[in-house]
Ligand binder design. Structure first.
Ligand SMILES: Cc1cc2nc3c(=O)[nH]c(=O)nc-3n(C[C@H](O)[C@H](O)[C@H](O)COP(=O)(O)OP(=O)(O)OC[C@H]3O[C@@H](n4cnc5c(N)ncnc54)[C@H](O)[C@@H]3O)c2cc1C
Ligand code: FES
Length: 254
């Protein structure tokens, strides 16, 4: 792991933290859908393992991650301030394919992170796309802030709010289903397991042109500890860290 430095920190609502981190190698090599393993410098053995996070964006000498505070590791990382050091390893894994004539991006909660990087890349390539974001609670709508500069966004919230669709992101997506799925379109999704399972049922017959980014518990992040194994559609196992985290729907059992 390399020692890197926090350049900037931003709180996004109550539950999310965005860290901009200086590391020229990661920033110049990162591709949408890839991830990094991160560990605070202080208290190196507590928690013992580094934690995986998707890359939100990369520019110049810096890349950014955005994480939800859910446990001990993310809570320690949320206390880092600009100037603090941390260990980083990456970019890791297989990202999204970028050759799409047109695209639909579907994010649930923190699944927004790798899809923002993808949306920025598709914008550069002038690939037309629609972006659907769904959150459960009103307070997660703070995430909309990181979509600044990205067009064609529709969002949903399971709590009643004004300005968006009330329900799940898949209900919202289904409302646009006929209009958005015409022609040669690639679908990219990232979100909770239940959302991806439901999406795979809606998209029966489109498994080859749908890519999902998966989460798994990870120890090493590069194929050694075998902690992240998931079943393959055709038998055997994938390692989410080195074979993924992005897979075609046709490759995995959700
Ligand atoms: C490739 C990849 C990319 C990721 N990208 C992001 C991201 O961009 N933003 C973000 O907020 N999170 C992301 N995650 C999830 C993130 O790694 C976990 O939330 C984090 O490791 C939790 O660490 P913790 O010590 O705070 O929680 P712990 O104390 O270890 O666990 C707290 C809770 O989170 C659950 N959990 C922990 N790790 C995972 C995991 N890997 N997958 C699913 N549930 C988990 C535990 O079961 C437990 O319920 C990603 C995970 C992977 C594998
Ligand atoms: S995390 Fe160690 S093999 Fe995947």
């Amino acid at each position: 792991m390399n020692l890197a430095r926090v350049r900037k920190k931003e709180r996004i609502g109550e539950r999310f933290v965005l860290l901009e981190i200086e590391d020229r190698d990661i920033a110049t090599q990162a591709q949408p859908g890839q991830f990094v393993m991160v560990r605070p410098f202080e208290g190196v053995y507590d928690p013992l393992l580094p934690r995986p996070f998707a890359i939100l964006r990369a520019e110049g000498n810096c890349f950014a991650i955005l994480f939800e505070i859910v446990g001990r590791g993310t809570s320690l990382l949320s206390r880092l301030e600009p100037g603090n050091e941390l260990y980083v390893l990456g970019p890791l894994g297989r990202g999204f394919s970028l050759e799409a004539p047109s695209a639909i991006l579907i994010a649930g909660g923190r699944g927004i992170v790798p899809l923002v990087f993808l949306a920025l890349e598709l914008t550069k390539r002038a690939t037309p796309f629609s972006f659907f974001l769904g959150v459960r609670e009103r307070k997660e709508l703070a995430l909309l802030r990181i979509l600044d500069g990205i067009s064609e966004i529709s969002w949903s919230c399971e709590e009643r709010v004004t300005g968006g669709f009330c329900g799940t992101v898949l209900e919202l997506f289904k409302k646009h289903f006929d209009a958005t799925l015409k022609g040669d379109v690639r679908i990219y999704a990232c979100g909770p397991e239940g959302m991806l399972q439901a999406l795979s049922k809606i998209l029966t017959g489109r498994e080859e042109t749908t890519e999902v980014s998966l989460e798994a518990r990870m120890g090493c992040g590069f194929g050694v500890c075998l902690g992240c194994a998931i079943p393959r559609r055709d038998g055997g196992y994938w390692h989410v860290c080195s074979d993924g985290p992005v897979f075609k729907l046709s490759e995995v059992v959700l």
